[in-house]
Design a protein. Structure first.
Length: 244
């Protein structure tokens, strides 16, 4: 339970779902943890649940705000060993119902903001350090109504490879986790009812949605020194959904 002892870790979107569970696992493994969230109430609730964490209010899609996150980490921790870039939104619509504002918002939160957060963190990242990007199997499968979401996640998969080539010389490993359907509040937020969830589960060979802890455990591995030889990799965790 000490795989991350003395490590300083950031989890963006750490107030719910996979982010909250990963922050919990990081703490159990001995890390000091900072989380970001977009609302004071959710940050306070997460802090109450997690205990001693650094909370940072941030809009994941605001490019100037990414420097503020880096500054808060520098002030609070002095530097950073692990960054789990998790914050994102899921906006699912048929292609003929997209408008420019919605497109731009999804790209900003899921891809542009994370890119410039990584840039802002570079001066404070240790050597060695680990960056883990939370992507999605939607980058690989042709799921209806997921065109914009999928393209943003495919961009993150690409970044895991290209940034690894660029940053490894500085001791920074970049990898990705690509979850399938996970039992988090997301499905309810996008309006899925019981019938829709049941239909989704029917597409998963494992016969169930994943648990957030199953993703968190994978992130812990990629963040730890156990994964020192794992570079530019994508770990797909989807119960076999993408194999169909």
């Amino acid at each position: 339970m000490d795989r991350l002892r003395n490590k300083r870790a950031l989890v963006t979107g750490g107030t719910s779902g996979i982010g909250l569970e990963t922050a919990r696992h990081f703490l159990k493994e001995g890390a000091r943890v900072a989380i970001t969230g977009s609302k004071d109430e959710s940050l306070a609730a997460a802090c109450k649940e997690l205990g001693d964490v650094l909370t940072i209010r941030a809009d994941a899609g605001d490019v100037p705000g990414q420097k503020a996150i880096a500054n808060a980490i520098r002030d609070g921790f002095g530097g950073l060993d692990i960054a789990f870039i998790n914050a994102g939104i899921g906006d699912f619509r048929p292609v003929d119902r997209w408008d420019e504002a919605g497109f731009d918002r999804s790209v900003a939160v899921n891809l542009k903001g994370p890119y410039f957060l990584i840039q802002a963190l570079l001066p404070i990242l240790a050597n060695p350090a680990s960056i883990v990007l939370n992507t999605s199997i939607n980058a690989h499968i042709g799921m209806p109504n997921s065109s914009v979401y999928a393209l943003t996640k495919a961009g993150l998969v690409s970044l895991a490879r290209t940034l690894s080539g660029e940053l490894l010389g500085r001791g920074i490993r970049v990898n990705a986790v690509s979850p399938g359907p996970i039992a988090t509040p997301l499905h309810g937020k996008i309006g899925m009812g019981d019938a829709e969830v049941a239909g989704l589960i029917a597409q998963i060979p494992a016969g169930r949605r994943g648990d957030a802890s199953e993703i968190a455990q994978a992130v812990v591995f990629l963040a730890s020194d156990e994964a020192a030889f794992t570079v530019g990799s994508e770990l797909i965790i989807d119960g076999g959904m993408s194999t169909l």
